[in-house]
Design a protein around this ligand. Structure first.
Ligand SMILES: [Zn+2]
Length: 409
């Protein structure tokens, strides 16, 4: 059993003072110092450095570790331009993203306070390092393939990977399913994969409306995507429309990634079906996307996470960098309200989306805990989210299941 006392603790969306948290593998109690001294008289209280803030562990719901080696290879500026550069450089990036590179990427996430992540896995390449990772991992085995001739083979490969990741479910790996996108997966297997997710009751994710080119292709089979599909897949028509595709997910809460091109009707449908959104602001900016209509998403009470995406479309996997960028992008939301929402998006909301037992500091939750340290005493308790995002770049300490796994030097 351990007791940590900090100047501030993030509880139920607010910051409380003069309190401490008691935990073992699970959180036992959070309360005032006086309460804790009388309830646990024989346990020493560790007092954290001044201006420390205790948060639940941060959760990154969407990362592609198999592309971790990319830095100066892939083209930024337009989605289809980027996609073409992925097609040309895929082999090299994947072979350079060896275990050591992925280990460093996983460690970088940990240093920024990430205690759980959703790995979107195209080939299963990050499974070995994810099993060794300190973090909890929701392992999204990705299904891709639109060619009717090869789709059955690709589906059985996907099933094998899903099965393999399920072997580690007693450890830190939770198996899950990702469908690549409306433009890249044949509807026959999309339906099978959705049915499988429902049957197994495991998390389901899909990239959805990431670019204007995707939206145009789904609506009328024209634009940059048409040139791309003709060239690479000898295909001239979209296999589905955005509405028909989204309707396939009705009734099963799905994590939609990006969704920057959603309109008001899409937002209504997403809300009615209790889907959630992975908001990846830096990735969207680099690939020429427009900002997610976050204000509308918040107004409709749609759950969203803020996530880094992979190094294939980012310069770091530091979740605090991602929040800083999100603050700059959504100028139509009051900055203090936005900061609180962003902290919620990487704690409570991300936890609910991935179906884990962290995300909140309360009795019975896993002891996944992050300590951040502000540079000075905050003059207002209502601004701690904002100042944490602006001034913190690295966690001071990180605990997972009650054990210390990272400490700032
Ligand atoms: Zn992605």
């Amino acid at each position: 059993m351990k007791i940590l006392q900090a100047d501030y603790i993030y509880v139920d969306g607010k910051y409380i003072e003069n309190s401490a948290i008691v935990f073992d593998k699970k959180i036992e109690y959070i309360g005032s110092i006086d309460d804790i001294l009388s309830k646990y008289p024989n346990i020493e209280i560790e007092k954290l450095a001044p201006n420390s803030v205790i948060f639940p562990g941060f959760i990154n719901t969407h990362v592609h570790l198999e592309f971790s080696s990319n830095q100066t290879t892939l083209e930024y500026g337009s989605f289809v331009g980027w996609l073409r550069s992925v097609m040309s450089n895929r082999e090299d990036i994947i072979s350079d993203s060896d275990n050591k590179t992925m280990r460093v990427a996983i460690y970088d996430m940990l240093a920024s306070g990430i205690t759980a992540y959703g790995a979107i896995s195209s080939y299963g390449g990050e499974l070995e390092e994810s099993i060794k990772a300190k973090q909890k991992v929701v392992f999204f085995n990705e299904l891709i393939g639109s060619n009717p001739q090869t789709v059955d083979m690709l589906y059985s490969d996907f099933l094998e990977r899903l099965e393999l990741s399920s072997n580690y479910s007693k450890e830190n790996i939770k198996p899950a399913i990702a469908i690549h996108s409306p433009y890249s997966v044949h509807l026959i297997v999309v339906k099978r994969a959705i049915a499988l997710a429902k049957e197994k009751q495991i998390p389901l994710s899909v990239h959805f409306l990431e670019s204007s080119s995707e939206k145009e292709w789904l609506a009328q089979s024209t634009g940059e995507f048409r040139e791309f599909f003709e060239e690479f897949l000898n295909q001239t028509n979209s296999l589905t429309t955005k509405d028909d595709f989204l309707d396939l997910f009705n009734g099963y809460s799905t994590h939609l990634t990006h969704a920057v091109e959603v309109d008001d009707d899409d937002i209504d449908k997403i809300s009615q079906n209790h889907h959630s959104i992975a908001h990846c602001p830096r990735s969207n900016r680099y690939l020429g996307g427009k900002p997610l209509p976050l204000k509308k998403i918040i107004d409709k009470d749609i759950k969203f996470s803020t996530a880094t995406d992979g190094m294939s479309s980012n310069y770091s996997l530091n979740i605090l960098d991602e929040l800083k960028s999100a603050l700059m992008i959504h100028h139509n939301i009051n900055i203090n309200i936005l900061a609180d929402k962003l902290i919620e998006s990487i704690t409570k909301s991300a936890n609910d989306i991935l179906g884990l037992n962290g995300g909140v500091l309360e009795e019975g939750r896993d002891s996944d805990i992050v300590v951040m340290r502000l540079p000075n005493e905050p003059k207002s308790m209502d601004r701690i989210s904002l100042w944490t995002i602006l001034h913190c770049n690295e966690a001071d300490k990180v605990y997972i299941d009650g054990k210390i796994v990272y400490q700032k030097i």
